[in-house]
Design a binder for this molecule. Structure first.
Ligand SMILES: Cc1cc2nc3c(=O)[nH]c(=O)nc-3n(C[C@H](O)[C@H](O)[C@H](O)COP(=O)(O)O)c2cc1C
Length: 360
């Protein structure tokens, strides 16, 4: 029996060469001043084009959504041109690539933002227990500034504009980053959304920003080119969701009729989100686990075998195994990644992990 990960996928809006996705991973190598991707980024993703689907690292729709040094944008013509080189290289290698649209909200810092700007968020709730990496080392978080209603609406529009730029840059689609405690999840979660305008105050209010973003992006480029990533009950970045079932069932029920490209669920913590949400989602579902160690081939296979997802995404294994699907197929050994070389820098730890030698 071949691994279910290696079977082609023929979904409603996605046709993939296998059921292995490369999960979005920030690598911090863009030009920090311009937000243009590093010239080696095209080679990096082309090396990984054997994945059925590549989701890029998170890319900001507005510079206030930038969460660290060397994070790329997709706003200026120069940034669009930089990403065009990436999509051309992935397509030449036969791959499919979606851009991840990522606004970090409160997970930024005046040392990261232009002009020393204060980060924006649904409400002025500061990260207390963690520090943030900047060009001047790790520092305490500041209290974010609450977005006005007009600013939240403008940010929805910025996501839609970024999606338009993604299509201009040649991407096959976009993934809205609604996970891991960044801006969209800050609107969804009870502890970070204390608003009393239309973007808060009740479950319906907390869901509104996520729904408005996805709907605006879908209206801009077509729902069949839009995925959404969520991480229900993920405590990362000091998110505390008191009713994940209620929040995410309502979110999924509202989005299912749109006919999106996919829903990408990171399962972590006590809430079995894949099992709970799978029956409510009629489209393509991508699963992901985010544990202390890189998720194994076997874990992904089990999820597909029991029907909890159609495609499974792997992150860390792709950093150091550019030809991961071929290694899964061959049962070949996997190379561990070097943690010190994950973020920033150039070629080392980025494009110099070799593929398996060809078999004769
Ligand atoms: C270096 C690194 C950077 C990441 N950056 C992002 C990101 O930009 N967007 C995102 O949604 N998830 C990001 N993640 C989370 C991964 O997409 C994935 O959920 C996680 O690595 C778990 O999958 P794995 O066990 O296969 O590594 C990142 C993970 C790592 C290790």
């Amino acid at each position: 029996m071949p691994s279910p990960l290696l079977l082609p996928y023929d979904g409603p809006h996605l046709k993939l060469r296998n059921r292995i996705a490369m999960a979005p991973m920030t690598r911090g190598r863009a030009d920090d001043a311009t937000g243009v991707p590093h010239p080696l980024t095209a080679q990096y993703y082309a090396q990984r084009a054997g994945a059925g689907l590549i989701v890029t690292e998170g890319i900001w729709p507005d510079v206030l959504g930038k969460g660290g040094p060397g994070i790329p944008g997709l706003v200026t013509d120069e940034q669009v041109a930089g990403w065009r080189a990436v999509t051309d290289a992935v397509h030449a290698a036969g791959g499919t690539v979606f851009a991840q649209l990522w606004h970090v909200g409160r997970m930024s810092h005046p040392l990261i933002l232009p002009g020393g700007a204060t980060p924006v968020a649904p409400s002025p709730v500061r990260i207390e227990g963690e520090r943030i990496h900047t060009n001047q080392g790790c520092v305490d978080h500041v209290t974010p500034r609450a977005m006005t209603t007009a600013e939240a609406e403008a940010t929805v529009a910025a996501f839609a504009a970024e999606a338009r730029n993604a299509v201009r840059a040649g991407f096959d689609g976009v993934e809205v980053h609604g996970a891991n405690g960044y801006l969209i999840q800050q609107f969804l979660a009870e502890n970070t959304n204390r608003r009393i305008d239309k973007f808060g105050g009740s479950r319906t209010g907390r869901l509104r920003f996520a729904l408005d973003v996805v709907e605006a992006v879908a209206a801009e480029i077509g729902p069949e080119r839009v995925g959404l990533r969520i991480s229900p009950h993920n405590p990362e970045n000091e998110i505390a969701e008191t009713d994940p079932e209620g929040t995410y069932r309502a979110l999924v029920d509202a989005l299912d009729p749109l006919g999106l490209a996919y829903l990408h669920i990171i399962e972590r913590g006590a809430y079995g989100a894949l099992a709970d949400l799978r029956p409510r989602w009629s489209g393509t579902l991508i699963g992901n686990f985010n544990g202390p160690d890189p998720t194994s081939q076997r874990a992904g296979e089990q999820v597909l075998a029991v029907g909890l997802a159609d495609v499974f995404s792997f992150g860390r294994l792709f950093i150091s195994n550019p030809d991961l699907p071929a290694r899964f197929a061959a049962g070949a050994p996997l190379t561990p990644h070097v943690p010190e070389l994950v973020y920033g820098g150039g070629a080392e730890g980025y494009v110099d992990y070799p593929a398996l030698a060809p078999q004769h």
